[in-house]
Design a protein around this ligand. Structure first.
Ligand code: PMV
Length: 319
């Protein structure tokens, strides 16, 4: 805590490079922390818990409320939050908020607050608040850099930690982060993650192609790890295109996403483009050596487009 009594933590947003939806069925996913962060500060307060000067509201501040309920028992706090991650855009703003808040609460409560502890505890916050979630977003936000989440321990990869929920467990691994730039474009519309997950469930249960598509996404994700390791942007972009086609067949693309993806691919210097996150709206990511050109093309179509670089910085706490 600093001299004014405030403790602080911050955590990054993320993009899913490969594997969304398939990760729900036990396939791996590969995510990248980005250089946009959520910051949370907290200090003891004599009266009542407040967020940015207002009384904590369990609907408006759902993630903070869950984090306090699960990981805090030491009296009222005044809390302040700031975010550079657009909310409800598939960029992991709620996970970053959960990670920063959980880290801070564990640290203030003198509980174990190593990244492995925070990743598990923040996953519980997301799960409890959303009703369902994989540990993908909270893991990437805690670790920073590039992270492969897999249901198995991957022998040739650097282990980070294990996460669990009931019978299920996941293993997080560190992948060397790429020195590549991406453009993110937010469509401005957003389907609920739970609805998109349910839509995929209906497809998988009723269409014999479903399981094969999920398995192929798993293979694309593993190939993506190879492409990332070798810094092969052209291969990485081709795999992003392929992952997008597979997500399209699963039914989580949208007309706006498709229009933006096609426009981005036409810009010279673009290696690949795909939706990122749950889909049905939300955001797409474009791997390109000409970020300004892609940003212009997408902004011309009405997208909120901005460049991001992968960030090695995961959860950070002061002191
Ligand atoms: O909506 P997002 O960006 O948090 O992505 C959800 C990713 C899914 O695989 C669709 C669901 C999950 O919990 O992994």
């Amino acid at each position: 805590m600093d001299v004014t009594g405030w403790a602080a933590a911050s955590a990054p947003g993320k993009i899913i490079l490969f594997g969304e939806h398939a990760v729900v069925y036990g396939e791996p996913s590969l995510s990248l922390a980005i250089d946009r962060r959520v910051r949370v500060r907290a200090a003891p307060d004599a009266a009542a818990t407040t967020v940015n000067g207002e009384r904590l509201d369990r609907h408006r501040h759902a993630y903070l409320d869950t984090a306090l309920r699960l990981h805090w028992g030491d009296g009222p706090l005044k809390m302040r939050t700031e975010s550079e991650v657009p909310s409800a855009s598939g960029l992991g703003s709620s996970a970053a908020l959960s990670v920063a808040t959980t880290g801070l609460l564990l640290r203030l409560g003198h509980r174990p607050s190593r990244p492995a502890n925070v990743a598990q505890a923040a996953f519980e916050v997301e799960y409890e608040t959303q009703g369902a979630a994989s540990p993908n977003d909270t893991t990437a936000s805690t670790a920073g850099g590039a992270v492969l989440l897999s249901p198995e321990r991957e022998a040739a990869m650097e282990p980070l930690w294990q996460l669990s929920r009931g019978e299920r467990s996941w293993f997080a691994h560190r992948v060397p982060p790429p020195s590549l730039s991406f453009v993110i474009a937010n469509t401005g519309s957003r389907a609920r993650t739970s609805e998109m997950v349910a839509k995929v469930r209906r497809f998988v249960d009723s269409d014999p192609r479903g399981k094969k598509i999920l398995q192929e996404i798993g293979r694309v994700t593993r190939d993506g790890v190879d492409a990332l390791r070798s810094g092969d942007a052209a291969r990485l972009g081709g795999l992003m295109d392929r992952n997008h086609e597979l997500l399209h067949v699963l039914g989580v693309d949208s007309p706006v996403l498709q229009k933006f993806v096609e426009a981005a691919r036409k810009v010279p210097g673009t290696w690949g483009a795909k939706l990122t996150g749950a889909g049905g709206g939300g955001s797409l990511i474009v791997l390109t050596e000409k970020p300004a050109g892609v940003q212009r093309a997408l902004a011309g179509l009405g997208a909120d487009a901005f460049p991001v670089v992968p960030s090695l910085r995961g959860l950070e706490m002061q002191p």
